[in-house]
Design a protein around this ligand. Structure first.
Ligand code: C5P
Length: 399
């Protein structure tokens, strides 16, 4: 994926041990297609060399406001013109204080003052510095000035103490940066989702399950968070990393998924049911391992699992519901019928044999006006289009 394709970012480093993370960050930004101009304060060069940042960014690194390489001496203006954003990571306590005061006594602070683009800062400092009254005043003021504050994280610090003030990890900053450029079509909405398979026990060591990688559901969770939603993902077992910003509740069986969803549904604006829920579970689960030597192949009896989506759709003041249908034939017919049967306003349909385990997908949206094909693409591209389609149809906030 090239989620920062055609983006030009100025990455500023001020002085802090977290500068070592910025080396990884610049690599990841470039992998995503960004052009990155690195600007370092003098203090930052004590923690990591400009040579390192130059080798990783593939472009000249700027430190000095009087850099003779810039013929018109206008680096402080030129570097941000045409830039999509300045990201200062790490942003030290001192650098944030300078931003608040509008000081411009080195190249990076001058660039920030002279910018014509958004400014994002990732604070990085000792927990006492972060919690101090001046720093907290400065953070409040920067937010009021329209500066986007990313983090900080919490945990063990280079100084040996533990608490708030760590710079976010490179993958977290990358996720924040990518999300920054996405339209906030679900801003403030609470999205509840299911994804992945369920697994239903036969005995303590054997299960039956559905084939589902969880890739589509996880991609939609990520896209919904990027669109500004607060996302709770109730997930069956998958091998996927939880998308940054998303709260995951892990479950195994359909009944566990049902319980987790029903508990969260009243506080949700939208429910997106992507999971491949097992339609049946074994009625006669053996309490001990069934021995293959002693028995004929076991005769399994099944009982129906509760239909999670239909139950949520029938809640009196429940969330706006989106269903999924993976069919192997007659997609339009079955998808229309399923949407009506479940009593939901929107359903996303696909042909299972085309998308199972794949990274690419082709889907159509079904609503009360008919079928609307979505441009094929990676599951992530399609997830963003599905999120846009949900946002477009979602009624105004009800509570
Ligand atoms: O009922 P069917 O499997 O045909 O419909 C698929 C849709 O219903 C999907 O959105 C799936 O997540 C949801 N579903 C559910 N609970 C079930 C079975 C399916 O929520 N027990």
């Amino acid at each position: 994926m090239h989620d920062l394709r055609d983006r030009r970012i100025v990455l500023g480093l001020s002085g802090g041990i977290a500068c070592y993370k910025s080396a990884e960050l610049v690599r990841r930004m470039i992998e995503q297609g960004a052009t990155v101009d690195v600007v370092m304060t003098d203090a930052a060069t004590h923690f990591i060399t400009p040579v390192t940042m130059q080798a990783l960014s593939g472009r000249p690194v700027f430190v000095d406001a009087w850099d003779a390489r810039v013929p018109n001496n206008m680096a402080h203006i030129d570097l941000t013109r045409g830039a999509d954003a300045i990201l200062v990571a790490p942003a030290s306590a001192d650098f944030m204080a300078k931003l608040v005061q509008g000081r411009a006594d080195d190249l990076l602070s001058t660039l920030c003052l002279a910018r014509a683009c958004p400014l994002l800062v990732a604070p990085a400092m000792n927990r006492e510095m972060w919690g101090s009254a001046p720093t907290q005043r400065n953070v409040t003021q920067l937010s009021a000035d329209g500066v986007v504050i990313l983090g900080p994280g919490s945990g063990s610090q280079a100084c040996g103490e533990t608490g708030d003030g760590r710079m976010l990890e490179p993958h977290q900053l990358l996720a924040e940066l990518i999300a920054f450029f996405q339209p906030k079509s679900l801003s403030g909405r609470r999205v509840l989702m299911t994804a992945g398979p369920t697994i239903e026990p036969i005995d303590p060591v054997r299960v039956i399950t559905n084939r589902s990688s969880g890739k589509t559901g996880y991609a939609i969770a990520r896209a919904a968070w990027e669109a500004g939603a607060q996302v709770t993902l109730v997930s069956g077992p998958t091998a996927l990393a939880v998308p940054y910003g998303v709260t995951r509740i892990g479950v195994e069986s359909a009944r566990q998924m049902y319980d987790a969803v029903l508990a969260a549904a009243p506080d949700s604006d939208v429910f997106i049911s992507v999971a491949a829920v097992a339609d049946w579970r074994v009625a006669n689960i053996a309490s001990d391992k069934i021995k293959k030597d002693d028995h004929q192949p076991p005769a399994l009896e099944f009982v129906a699992n509760p239909d999670i989506l239909a139950t949520v759709a029938a809640l009196p003041d429940g969330p706006w519901c989106v269903g999924f249908a993976a069919e192997t034939q007659l997609l339009s017919k079955f998808a229309h019928e399923k949407r009506l049967r479940k009593g939901i306003p929107m359903l996303v349909g696909n042909l299972a044999q085309h998308v199972m385990d794949a990274d690419e997908t082709t889907v159509s949206i079904f609503d009360d006006t008919g079928e609307h094909p979505i441009a094929p693409g990676t599951k992530y591209d399609v997830a963003r289009l599905i999120v846009q389609a949900i946002a477009k149809r979602l009624p105004a906030r009800r509570r």
